[in-house]
Design a protein around this ligand. Structure first.
Ligand code: KG4
Ligand code: ZN
Length: 392
């Protein structure tokens, strides 16, 4: 048990296309008043460094993440970020009391890099190693800085995941619903691509939606009678709607696609085939800004409606007082606004992760590691990464 000896944790996050390193130190060098019996650990921690190297520009020409490109970039970025984090934290590697890394879910070739580095450092410095579930990092991120993990219904909405979870306490999770096809962020990315907007698609759609009419197009709200989520029907509905409202394929983008793109979109990720391939989806061209704004607003509202409705239903069913939201899609202002307002009307508290903690980062992994360590948990360096690691 390492519980009360741990002061400083260094964590790496390399599950997808962001390389991140963070260093977290327990304030005053003491563990918080962890009460395992009360099952509500308290973190009194101070973030000494949080470094993130985004690879968006490397992947955006493919319209998705190319695993082998991501993995090669992690190898380049990780040592640089480690050095910078140590220097910003003004500590020595010898001062680190435990090393943590995301061990899944994610891309195998990416997870491997962060986990191997953390394991190597743990072995080299004779310190504990912690394998952390990426989703647990997101799920705990709304509690960063305020310590107490209260029972809640947690909505994780990212590029890879859409899930609602009943959180009883640290490590006590029950999945309520998950997506049966595309994640919410994936739907934003794919539809943005179809509309000829940039990657990642969520911020692009949100920007155009700002001046749009969310009621103009009646788009489907998938699986309303289930606790699970489905967004692929919505994406298909947008695709079929385009020719009907007079939007035409953009020949310029199509040519560019066949010339420059050696990737085919497979879900959120791309593979790079031997022969040149054309993108499976041809971006459309909008000559009417209002039409684009209305379509973006209607699409965004369809996603927000489903997320708000199911999250509130789950909060009522599991009789919690608190709803939390995390992951990249929780950057969406309409989602946070409408979920927050609905929570207020229903007498629920609403908490979302701080902006800098919403997209992938290592601070949330360090927080999860810190809380787990305080509860006497450590992994073995022989523990393997698991691309499909389950949360519960
Ligand atoms: O959590 P994250 O950084 O990575 C994963 O773990 O997947 O989430 C990235 C996703 C992308 O799909 C991106 O389009 C989406 O979050 N996203 C947004 C917004 N900002 C990022 N979606 C909707 N509105 C936004 N403002
Ligand atoms: Zn994530």
């Amino acid at each position: 048990m390492y519980g009360f000896m741990v002061k400083t944790i260094l964590a790496l996050e390399t599950s997808c296309d962001e390389t991140a390193v963070a260093i977290l130190r327990e304030r005053n060098g003491k563990s918080g008043p962890v009460a395992a019996a009360a099952r509500t650990p308290v973190a009194r921690s101070e973030l000494l460094a949080s470094e993130v190297a985004s690879q968006v520009s490397e992947h955006e020409k493919f319209g998705g993440v190319v695993p082998e490109v991501a993995s090669r970039n992690h190898l380049v970025h990780a040592p640089r970020l480690l050095e910078r984090a140590i220097s910003k934290a003004k500590i020595d590697m010898l001062d680190v009391d435990a090393f943590a890394a995301t061990s899944g879910p994610g891309l195998a070739s990416s997870l491997m890099i962060g986990a191997s580095i953390a394991k190597g450092l743990a072995i080299g410095f004779g310190k504990p190693y912690l394998a952390i579930n990426h989703l647990e990092g997101h799920l705990l991120s709304p509690f960063f800085g305020d310590g107490q993990i209260k029972s809640n219904v947690s909505l994780i909405v990212s590029g890879g995941h859409t899930m609602s979870i009943f959180v009883r306490a640290l490590g006590d999770y029950r999945i309520i619903g998950r997506t049966v096809d595309d994640a919410a962020g994936e739907a934003f990315d794919k539809v943005a691509k179809l509309l000829g907007l940039g990657y990642p698609g969520g911020p692009e759609i949100e920007k155009h939606a700002q001046h749009g009419d969310p009621k103009r197009f009646d788009l489907p709200r998938g699986m309303l009678d289930s606790e699970n989520f489905s967004f692929s029907g919505l994406k298909t509905a947008v695709r079929y709607l385009l020719p009907k409202i007079g939007v035409i394929p953009n020949p310029a983008t199509r040519d560019e696609g066949s010339r420059n793109t050696r990737a085919e979109i497979i879900g959120r990720f791309c593979e790079t085939p031997d022969s040149e391939r054309r993108l499976t989806q041809t971006p459309y061209k909008f000559s009417d800004d209002k039409l684009l704004a209305d379509l973006c607003a209607s699409f965004q509202q369809a996603i927000v409606d489903v997320l708000v409705r199911k999250t509130i239903a789950a909060a009522k069913k599991y009789d919690v007082d608190l709803v939390t939201a995390s992951g990249g899609v929780s950057c969406n202002q309409e989602l946070r606004k409408q979920l927050g307002e609905k929570c207020e009307r229903e007498g629920l508290e609403f908490k979302s992760a701080e902006p800098w903690l919403r997209t992938d980062n290592a601070a949330m992994i360090a927080l999860a590691a810190s809380l787990r360590l305080q509860n006497g948990f450590a992994s073995k360096v022989t523990d393997e990464i698991d691309p499909n690691l389950a949360l519960a």
